[in-house]
Write a protein that binds this ligand. Structure first.
Ligand code: OXD
Ligand code: MN
Ligand code: MN
Length: 557
């Protein structure tokens, strides 16, 4: 699936903006049909500008090269990176070594963009050796490294060409990865995290504002959030969204709002007349009358209570309310809940899920401290790496945004080999269930095949929404297990890190440059071509917005 999707010859999704932008005219000049028809080229986008990427894709296209989606599929890797350390962040070092050492045989090569430019200009495929991307890495250095390794020199030179030497890594593998299987660098967090950039609290989209977990105007936002929730409970999405946007805007405001700041606050994005009036009421009375009224509303209280049960959404909650139900007792009677639950197989029955969640409600309502999140993650990764050694994972959700206690645990994982990632979630859940760690599976969905015609919603994530039981005290916790393919790993991490408004605006930012972003990939709208971000930051770079540290993505009240 991965290569089918990625081997389209069109430019990367990142390019549409470059093509359309008046400041970035594409250098679409020459054409040399057929000269690279037998070449499989991978374009490593890091360190290339949008204009360069656009030009390179155009040139490759004009020469009929087959642009592939991963370096392992390529004969030639085009990169502007000239330093090993930087290259290691994007490409498995074994492969980098093997492509460089193979220059002589011209089987594979790691070259600068000029190789493509000159080849097209001269109308023939030029010798790659003249355009080596890593001039520093010569055979001598490699031999020197080999001497330091226990294996014999002659053997090591041969094995490095075939990518079977232990990779030279500047970073230790993630905790749960098996020592004998090291994931490629691009799947690991960068050894040096991207530096925090100064974000503007007045930016139009909240995905470009600094939104910390603890903030000065928390009580005002909590009040406005009552109204946001009340609208969401009535499925008035537009109104709920307006409140959500106003809250996100106030959240990023760095000072406590007083009468003095009024004028400044009114100029913030999404603060219209109605919200301004409510802020005035808040400043004057210390509360917002409409909020207080809502808090007392029987309907609001009942709908809020019902939706705390996993599996009950606003529509079901309203139906239950209309049937006269008001309390948890009413729900228990309605769903005939008893406490003696037996574990269920993959369960797609909404009612049964609600019964399970109701039975476990008191436990599932408890928040999970970071230490416990980490311990559960470690246990799950041990099992995952037994099922398929070499997996990598990230704990996303509120934990990643810095919350001291999370409502549930969101774990994103992948395997560097897309084939091994297949059905990994199902296999993991099976193992956790046999070990008595997963007691319920509320939802399990597999990868969907890529649908080029977009006749249906597609998703490249495999998900299991489970109930986990901790082995030491039998405490039930909600754990979401999300398996991504390597090319969608970082979009899954960003998507599942949240928060909700942050994701919403990230989608808008992507849309404004002709891209579609969601957890299951970053694609070009025009033809759904999928890009392959090599890091979380690369997603921000491709969309063209500043990197935001996860702890500053707390855009929701
Ligand atoms: C949580 C979250 O608390 O993801 O679980 O925000
Ligand atoms: Mn969560
Ligand atoms: Mn979750």
């Amino acid at each position: 699936m991965a290569s089918k999707r990625a081997s389209s010859r069109s430019p990367s999704p990142a390019l549409e903006s470059a093509h359309n932008s008046p400041q970035c005219p594409s250098k679409r000049t020459k054409s040399a049909p057929g000269i690279l028809a037998s070449h499989r080229i991978f374009i490593l986008q890091a360190k290339l500008s949008h204009t360069d990427i656009s030009e390179i894709f155009d040139l490759a296209d004009s020469a009929d090269a087959d642009v592939v989606g991963s370096p392992d599929e390529a004969d030639i890797v085009i990169t502007a990176i000239g330093m090993r350390k930087r290259l290691e962040r994007h490409i498995d070092w074994n492969l980098a070594v093997s492509v460089e050492l193979s220059l002589a045989s011209k089987r594979k090569a790691l070259v600068t963009p000029d190789w493509l430019r000159d080849s097209v200009a001269q109308g023939s495929s030029l010798p790659c050796a003249d355009y080596a991307a890593l001039p520093d890495l010569n055979l001598k250095e490699e031999e020197h490294q080999d001497e330091k390794r226990p294996s014999s020199k002659s053997e090591s030179r041969f094995t490095s060409l075939h990518g079977s030497l232990p990779p030279a890594r500047s970073q230790s593998p993630p905790r749960a990865a098996h020592a004998d299987v090291t994931p490629p660098a691009f799947l690991l967090p960068p050894p040096v995290p991207p530096p925090d950039v100064e974000l503007d609290h007045t930016a139009h989209l909240c995905c470009s504002r600094p939104s910390s977990l603890i903030y000065v105007n928390q009580p005002l936002c909590a009040a406005l959030d009552v109204l946001r929730r009340s609208r969401a409970l009535e499925s008035n999405e537009r109104s709920a969204l307006s409140y959500g946007r106003a809250i996100a805007s106030i959240k990023a405001f760095p000072r406590t709002i007083t009468a003095k700041e009024r004028g400044e606050v009114q100029k913030l994005p999404y603060i219209g007349a109605k919200i301004s009036k409510m802020i005035d009421e808040y400043l004057f009375h210390g509360h917002i009358p409409e909020v207080e009224e809502m808090r007392q509303s029987e309907r609001f209280k009942a709908l809020s209570l019902f939706t705390t049960v996993y599996g009950i959404g606003p529509t079901t909650a309203r139906t239950l309310y209309d049937r006269g139900l008001r309390s948890l007792r009413d729900l228990e009677a309605y769903y005939e809940v008893d406490t003696g639950f037996t574990p269920v197989e993959n369960n797609e029955s909404p009612d049964l899920n609600i019964r399970i969640a109701l039975g476990l409600r008191e436990e599932l309502m408890l928040t999970i401290p970071r230490k416990e999140v980490e311990a559960i993650h470690a246990t799950i990764m041990d099992h995952l790496n037994t099922v398929e050694p070499g997996c990598v994972s990230t704990i996303a959700g509120g934990y990643r945004r810095g919350k001291p206690e999370s409502n549930d645990i969101d774990i994103i994982f992948t395997h560097p080999n897309a084939k091994s990632a297949k059905n990994l979630c199902g296999r993991l859940v099976e193992r956790l269930r046999s070990a008595g760690l997963v007691t319920h599976v509320m939802h399990l969905s597999g990868f969907h095949e890529y649908d080029a015609l977009r006749t249906a919603q597609w998703d490249s994530l495999e998900k299991a929404l489970t109930v986990y039981r901790t082995p030491n005290n039998g405490q039930h916790r909600r754990v979401d297990l999300i398996c991504a393919l390597p090319e969608t790993y970082w979009t899954a991490v960003v998507g599942w890190t949240g928060a909700t408004m942050f994701q919403r605006d990230l989608r808008l930012a992507a849309k404004s440059v002709g891209l579609k972003f969601d957890s299951s990939g970053l694609t070009r709208r025009r033809d759904s071509r999928l890009t392959f971000p090599r890091s979380e930051k690369e997603i921000f770079d491709i969309i063209g917005i500043p990197w935001v540290n996860p702890t500053l993505r707390n855009t929701d009240a």
